[in-house]
Design a protein around this ligand. Structure first.
Ligand SMILES: CC(=O)N[C@H]1[C@@H](OP(=O)(O)OP(=O)(O)OC[C@H]2O[C@@H](n3ccc(=O)[nH]c3=O)[C@H](O)[C@@H]2O)O[C@H](CO)[C@@H](O)[C@@H]1O[C@H](C)C(=O)N[C@@H](C)C(=O)N[C@H](CCC(=O)O)C(=O)O
Ligand SMILES: Nc1ncnc2c1ncn2[C@@H]1O[C@H](COP(=O)(O)OP(=O)(O)OP(=O)(O)O)[C@@H](O)[C@H]1O
Length: 487
C-alpha cells in the first residue's frame, strides 16, 4: 500500500528518516513482524512495545510508529512520532484494510452481564433469517458457523479489523461484537463504524481494573459516544430502561435511542411473563404491536436479553414478527441457565453467574418452580476483584443451602477466598469447601428428590485454573457421576 496515502491524514509530531514508497503489513507484535511492515509501539501494563522496536526492525519493519523519539539502529527505517500510537493505529488500520466496517451492518453489545447471551441471540437470529453473520466475543470469532479462537472478549485493533476483512471477503454483511469495558478503555474498537450499539446492564464487577463504579460506567459509556463515528447515516443506541445508567447513556449518546424494559413501558417491554422449567413465555409490546413470545432460554435475565436482541435487530430494519418466529427455534445458550439432562429426580442447572447481580437473578429464576430446596454452589476467582466476594455470598444466601468454593483460584489460597466470601453469608446453612470437585460432590451427596441445584460461575468453561495451569474440570460431569450412583 502507498505509504504517503496511508500517513497523509495522520496527525504526526515528527518524522525521522524517510518513509518507504509502499508498505506490505501493519503489526503491533514484534514477534509477528514480516519484511516491509509498519510496526506500532503500544504501551501495555507490564510490557512496552517501544522496547521491542529494535527487534521489529531486525525482523524487517521499515516504519516504526512511536510516542517518543527512539534510538534505532538502522538506516533504512523511518520513525514516525505521534501523540497516541493506539489512535494512530486505529486510523492507519482503517485505511490499510479499506474501512471494512463501513458497508457492513455492525452491532456492538456491552454491559456487565448478558453480552455473550445477547450477541449469540442476535447472531443466531440473523443466520436463521437467511443472512450471513460473524460474531466476535468470549467464545472466539464465529464466521458464519466456523469458529476461530481469539484471546480476548474484545480483540486488539488489528485483529478486529482483520475479522471484519474476513467477514467482508466471505460476503458476510453482518458483524456482531461483544464489547468489554477493558476493550473500550484501551480503544480496541476505535475506528469501527457501528450501526447499532446495545447496553444490557451495569453492576458490580471488574473494580480491580476500573477502581470505582463511576469509572466502570464511564468505560461502558464510551460505546455510546464513540468518537470517529460516521454520523451521516442513522445509528441507534438500544438501552435498558431498568438499569440506573439508562438516563446517563440516553442523554449523552448522539445516536437515536430505542429502549427496552421488563418493568415499565418502553419501546420494547415485557408483561405477563411465565417462567417454566423448559421455556419462558411473555407478551412483548413493540413499535409493531403486541406479540406472544416463546423462548427456550430460561431465567429472569434472559427475558431482558431477548428484548435487547429483538430491539437491536428491529433497529437494523428487521420485522418484529419474523424475529419472534425465529426466536422459538433458538436452543439454550451453553452454560447460561442450562438445564442438565439427568434421570435423577431433581433439577440441575449450570449457570455462568459470577457477579452479585447475576447470582441474585439466577436464584430468583428458579423460585417459581421450587418444590423442595434450592441448593447453590458458587466460587470466586483468585487474584481478581475481591470487593465483590461478600456481596456474591450475600446474594447466594437467597438459596436454602449454599456451598462456597473457588472458581479459578490462581495463586490465591482457598482460605483467603473462602474467608472473604463467608463474610457475606446471611444464614447458617452453608459449607466452605475450597476444592471445587469436592464441593460439587458434597452438594450432590446431600441432594434430595425435588431439589433444584445451581452450579454457578463455570458456565461453559471446562477447566479450573490453579496457579497458572488449566486443569480439566466439569461441574456437569462430576454432578452426573454422583447422581448416577445416588439415584
Ligand atoms: C495480562 C494483561 O492484563 N495484559 C494487559 C497488559 O498487557 P501487557 O502489559 O502484557 O502488554 P502487551 O499488550 O502484551 O504488550 C504491549 C505491546 O508490546 C507488544 N509486544 C510484546 C511482547 C513482545 O515480545 N513484542 C511486542 O511487540 C505487544 O504486541 C503489545 O502491542 O496491558 C495491555 C495494554 O494495556 C492489555 O491489553 C493487556 O490485556 C490483555 C490483552 C488481557 O487479556 N486483558 C484482560 C484483563 C481483558 O482485557 N479482558 C477483557 C474481558 C473482561 C471480561 O469481561 O471478563 C477482554 O476484552 O478480553
Ligand atoms: N441481562 C442479564 N442481567 C443479569 N444477569 C445476567 C444477564 N444475562 C446473563 N446474566 C448472568 O450472567 C451470566 C453470564 O452471561 P453472559 O455470558 O451472557 O454475560 P457476559 O456479559 O458475556 O459475561 P462475561 O463478560 O463474564 O463473559 C449468565 O450465566 C447469567 O447468570
Amino acid at each position: 500500500m502507498n505509504t504517503q496515502l496511508l500517513f497523509d491524514s495522520l496527525k504526526i509530531k515528527s518524522i525521522i528518516g524517510s518513509l518507504p514508497e509502499s508498505v506490505d503489513h501493519i503489526e503491533v507484535d514484534s514477534r509477528a513482524v514480516q519484511p516491509n511492515t509498519v510496526f506500532f509501539c503500544i504501551k501495555g501494563h507490564t510490557t512496552d512495545g517501544h522496547d521491542h522496536a529494535q527487534s521489529a526492525i531486525e525482523k524487517g519493519a521499515t516504519v516504526i510508529v512511536a510516542e517518543k523519539e527512539l534510538e534505532l539502529d538502522a538506516d533504512q527505517v523511518a520513525l514516525v512520532v505521534v501523540r497516541n500510537t493506539s489512535r494512530a493505529l486505529a486510523h492507519i488500520a482503517n485505511h490499510f484494510y479499506q474501512f471494512p466496517s463501513k458497508n457492513m451492518n455492525v452491532i456492538g453489545v456491552t454491559g456487565t452481564n448478558g453480552k455473550t447471551s445477547v450477541t449469540n441471540l442476535i447472531h443466531q437470529l440473523i443466520r436463521r433469517g437467511g443472512e450471513g453473520s460473524a460474531l466476535s466475543g468470549t467464545i472466539g470469532f464465529d464466521l458464519d458457523g466456523t469458529l476461530y479462537a481469539s484471546a480476548n472478549t474484545t480483540s486488539d485493533i488489528i485483529t478486529t479489523q482483520r475479522m471484519l476483512v474476513k467477514a467482508r471477503e466471505a460476503d458476510v454483511s453482518n458483524m456482531v461484537f461483544e464489547v468489554s469495558s477493558h476493550g473500550l478503555i484501551e480503544g480496541r474498537l476505535w475506528g469501527v463504524d457501528f450501526d447499532v450499539v446495545t447496553f444490557t446492564n451495569l453492576t458490580h464487577d471488574h473494580l480491580d481494573f476500573h477502581g470505582t463504579m463511576e469509572h466502570y460506567g464511564y468505560a461502558k459509556g464510551l460505546l455510546f459516544s464513540q468518537l470517529g463515528q460516521d454520523l451521516t447515516k442513522p445509528k441507534y443506541a438500544v438501552l435498558n430502561v431498568d438499569d440506573e445508567w439508562f438516563d446517563q447513556y440516553a442523554s449523552m449518546t448522539p445516536f437515536e435511542v430505542i429502549s427496552y424494559s421488563m418493568e415499565k413501558p418502553a419501546d420494547f417491554f415485557a408483561t405477563n411473563i411465565v417462567y417454566l422449567d423448559d421455556r419462558t413465555e411473555f407478551l412483548m409490546h413493540s413499535p409493531e404491536g403486541e406479540f406472544q413470545v416463546e423462548t427456550q432460554l430460561l431465567g429472569i435475565f434472559n427475558v431482558s436479553n431477548v428484548l435487547a436482541a429483538i430491539a437491536t435487530l428491529y433497529a437494523t430494519g428487521e420485522s418484529v414478527s419474523s424475529l419472534v418466529e425465529r426466536l422459538k427455534e433458538i436452543p439454550p445458550i451453553s452454560g447460561r441457565m442450562e438445564l442438565v439432562q439427568t434421570s435423577a429426580p431433581l433439577s440441575i442447572y449450570i449457570d455462568y453467574a459470577h457477579t452479585p447481580d447475576a447470582i441474585e437473578k439466577a436464584i430468583q429464576s428458579v423460585m417459581p418452580f421450587k418444590k423442595n430446596r434450592i441448593l447453590f454452589l458458587v466460587g470466586t476467582g483468585g487474584n481478581r476483584d475481591k470487593s465483590k466476594r461478600p456481596t456474591m455470598a450475600e446474594k447466594a444466601s437467597l438459596a436454602d443451602y449454599v456451598v462456597l468454593t473457588t472458581d479459578d483460584p490462581r495463586y490465591e489460597s482457598y482460605d483467603s477466598i473462602l474467608t472473604d466470601l463467608e463474610k457475606g453469608m446471611k444464614h447458617e446453612q452453608y459449607a466452605l469447601i475450597g476444592d471445587r470437585e469436592e464441593a460439587v460432590r458434597h452438594i450432590m451427596e446431600i441432594a434430595e428428590p425435588d431439589d433444584i441445584i445451581i452450579f454457578a460461575g463455570k458456565g461453559h468453561e471446562d477447566y479450573q485454573i490453579i496457579e497458572n495451569t488449566k486443569y480439566p474440570h466439569s461441574d456437569r460431569e462430576i454432578a452426573l457421576s454422583v447422581a448416577e450412583t445416588r439415584f
